[in-house]
Design a protein around this ligand. Structure first.
Ligand code: HEM
Length: 516
C-alpha cells in the first residue's frame, strides 16, 4: 500500500507519455498504464493521445467510464501514487450512505427538509436496509441479472435471518414474535412506510429482473394462504416460505385470459378427496423455481383458488422476456395434477374474492418498486448531464436537456408524494376501508407511476444517447430501465385497465344530486 501513496508532481508524470512508459492522472491519482494499454477495453491508441498520455485525464476519463471502473481490484492496482497536495474529488460510495445529488433521495431523506410521515425509527430502518442491500444483495443482483440464475440460497438465508421476506408481506400477524432487521423495529410498530422503504430500496440497483427474482412470488402468493387457507395448511406453508426454505408463485394469468379473470381455462375437477387440476399458466413470476403455486381454477361451482404443490403432473418452462431469467418467469403446465381438497383456499366458487383480496397491496408494491428505480434514473441523468462536456460545455448548458431534467424531477416527486399520501391512508385504515376507498386510487396511482416511468426512460435515453443502448458501461442503468420500465405497466394489472378501474370507482361514488 505504501507504493500507492508515493507523491508525484505533474512534471514527474509528464515524462511518462509514450508506448511502454505511460502514466496518467485521474482525480489526483497517478496510474501506470504501460502494461495495461494493450489490454485496455477502449484500445491502446486512445491512451497515447495528446492530452491523455502523461497528463491529467480526469475529465476525459469521466466522460467515458463509470467511477466504479477505478474501484475494480484489477484496475485499482494500476495506481502507483498520488499528485502531491491534491485530494480525490470523487469518493468511493459508502454502503448505506445517502446521495447528496439533489432529488436523488426522497424529500424526507434530504438534509434540511421535513416530513409528516416518517419517524426516527423509519430513518434507522432505512439506513440499515440500504446498507444490507448494498453490501449483500447488490453483488448478487448484478451476478444474477447477468447469468440469469435464481437468487442463491445463501442470500435468501441472510434475508430471512433479518425477516426481510416476512416484512415484504406488510404489517400483520405474520410478523408476531419475529426479530425484524436485527430488532430495529418491533413487529407491532412495523407499518406500511417500513414496507415502502423496503420496496424502494430493493429496486435501486438497476436490475429489474432481479427485483422480481427476489421472491416477489411470496409477496403475492402467500397472503391467500394466511387469509383463506386451513390452519393446517397455514402451519405448514407459511413458515417454510417466510424462512426462504420453499418458494411460491401466484398462478392466475393464462395465455387465454389476463385481466379478464373469468376467461381462465385451467380446470379443477373433484375426485373424492382430491382435485384434479389441468391447464396452463403463463408469465408466472418465480414459476421456474417455485415449490408451490397459488392457482386460480375453474370448477363446476365457479372460480376457485387451490394451492398446487410441485409434483407429479406439474412442469415449468422458462419464458424468455425482455428482463433477466433470474425473475424465473415461467410457463406452467398442470397435467391432471392430484391435489388434496384440503388445499382449497377460501370457498369453492368464491375464488374471485380470494384473488382480488391481495390486488391492492400488490399494485401498491409495484408502484413503490417503480418509484425506487425511477429515482435512480433521475440521479444518473443529473450526474451525467453535469459531467458530460459537449461543445466545450457541460450538457446542462443545453436548455433542451434542462427541460428533460425538470420533467423527470417533477414526475418522480409527484409519484413519490402521491404514493406516500396513499401509504399514510393505508396505515390508518382497516382492510375493508382500504378495499373500499383505495382500490381506485391505487389503480390510478399505478397507471400514473408506470407512465411517468416510461416517459423518464425515454427522456433518459435521449440524455445519454448511444450509451443508453449498451448493457454495460456508462448508461447501463438507463439501458436496463428503458428495456424494462414497461413491465410496471403490465404486472399486477395492465395500466389502462387500472386507470379505468379508478375512474369507474369514482363514478360509482358520485353523489346522486351532483349537478353543475
Ligand atoms: C485507470 C485507467 C483506465 C482504466 C482502468 C480503463 C478501463 C476501461 C474499461 C473497463 C472500459 C470498458 C468500458 C467500461 O467498463 O466502462 C474502458 C473503455 C474505454 N476507455 Fe478506458 N480505462 C482507463 C483510462 C482511460 C483513459 C485515460 C481514456 C482516455 C481516452 C480511456 C478511454 C476509453 C475509451 C474510449 C473506452 C471505450 C468507451 C465506450 O465504449 O464507450 N480510458 N476503459
Amino acid at each position: 500500500m505504501s507504493k500507492s501513496l508515493r507523491q508525484f508532481s505533474f512534471e514527474d508524470v509528464e515524462k511518462h507519455n509514450k508506448e511502454g512508459d505511460l502514466w496518467v492522472v485521474i482525480d489526483s491519482k497517478v496510474y501506470d498504464l504501460s502494461k495495461f494499454a494493450d489490454l485496455h477495453p477502449g484500445g491502446p491508441n486512445v491512451l497515447y493521445a495528446e492530452g491523455v498520455a502523461g497528463k491529467d485525464a480526469t475529465d476525459t476519463f469521466f466522460g467515458l467510464h463509470r467511477h466504479e471502473v477505478l474501484l475494480r481490484p484489477q484496475y485499482a492496482r494500476l495506481q502507483i501514487g498520488v499528485i502531491e497536495g491534491q485530494e480525490e474529488a470523487v469518493k468511493a460510495p459508502v454502503p448505506g450512505a445517502l446521495s447528496k445529488v439533489p432529488y436523488a433521495e426522497p424529500t424526507w431523506l434530504s438534509t434540511g427538509y421535513y416530513t409528516p410521515y416518517y419517524t426516527d425509527n423509519h430513518r434507522t430502518f432505512q439506513k440499515a436496509v440500504r446498507q444490507f442491500f448494498e453490501e449483500v444483495v447488490r453483488p448478487e443482483a448484478i451476478r444474477c441479472e447477468e447469468n440469469g440464475k435464481k437468487i442463491s440460497q445463501e442470500v435468501v438465508d441472510k434475508m430471512s435471518d433479518l425477516n426481510i421476506i416476512a416484512m415484504r408481506l406488510g404489517p400483520g400477524r405474520h410478523l408476531k414474535g419475529r426479530t425484524l432487521m436485527g430488532g430495529i423495529v418491533k413487529p407491532e410498530e412495523f407499518d406500511y412506510f417500513h414496507e415502502l422503504i423496503l420496496n424502494i430500496e430493493l429496486s435501486r440497483f438497476g436490475t429489474r429482473g432481479f427485483v422480481d427474482g427476489m421472491l416477489n412470488g411470496a409477496v403475492i402468493a402467500l397472503p391467500p394462504i394466511w387469509n383463506y387457507g386451513s390452519p393446517e395448511l397455514q402451519a405448514k406453508i407459511i413458515p417454510e416460505v417466510l424462512s426462504g426454505k420453499k418458494y411460491i408463485a401466484l398462478a392466475i394469468t393464462e395465455a387465454f385470459a389476463g385481466s379478464d379473470v373469468s376467461g381462465l381455462q385451467t380446470t379443477a375437477v373433484r375426485d373424492g378427496d382430491y382435485w384434479v387440476v389441468t391447464g396452463t399458466k403463463k408469465w408466472i413470476t418465480n414459476g421456474t423455481f417455485a415449490d408451490y403455486f397459488t392457482t386460480a381454477c375453474k370448477t363446476e361451482k365457479g372460480l376457485t383458488v387451490i394451492l398446487v404443490p410441485r409434483g407429479e403432473g406439474v412442469s415449468t418452462k422458462p419464458i424468455k422476456t425482455a428482463y433477466s431469467p433470474t425473475a424465473g418467469t415461467a410457463y406452467v403446465i398442470f397435467d391432471k395434477v392430484r391435489v388434496p381438497v384440503a388445499n382449497t383456499l377460501g370457498e369453492v366458487g368464491k375464488g374471485l374474492s380470494v384473488i382480488l383480496s391481495n390486488f391492492n397491496h400488490e399494485r401498491w408494491m409495484v408502484t413503490g418498486c417503480s418509484v425506487g428505480a425511477q429515482r435512480v434514473i433521475v440521479e444518473e441523468c443529473l450526474k451525467w448531464a453535469n459531467q458530460r462536456i459537449v461543445f466545450g460545455k457541460p450538457l446542462t448548458s443545453q436548455a433542451v436537456i434542462r427541460d428533460k431534467l425538470g420533467k423527470m424531477i417533477t414526475r418522480i416527486e409527484a409519484c413519490q408524494n402521491w404514493l406516500e399520501s396513499i401509504t399514510h391512508q393505508m396505515n390508518n385504515m382497516t382492510y375493508n376501508e382500504m378495499s373500499n376507498k383505495l382500490a381506485g386510487q391505487i389503480g390510478l396511482l399505478k397507471q400514473f407511476v408506470s407512465r411517468c416511468g416510461r416517459e423518464t426512460a425515454e427522456d433518459a435515453t435521449q440524455v445519454f444517447g448511444g450509451r443508453a443502448l449498451t448493457v454495460t458501461g456508462m448508461g447501463k442503468l438507463i439501458e436496463n430501465y428503458h428495456r424494462t420500465s414497461g413491465f410496471d405497466a403490465i404486472l399486477a394489472g395492465a395500466e389502462d385497465v387500472l386507470g379505468d378501474l379508478g375512474v369507474r370507482q369514482a363514478i360509482k361514488k358520485m353523489p346522486k344530486g351532483a349537478r353543475l
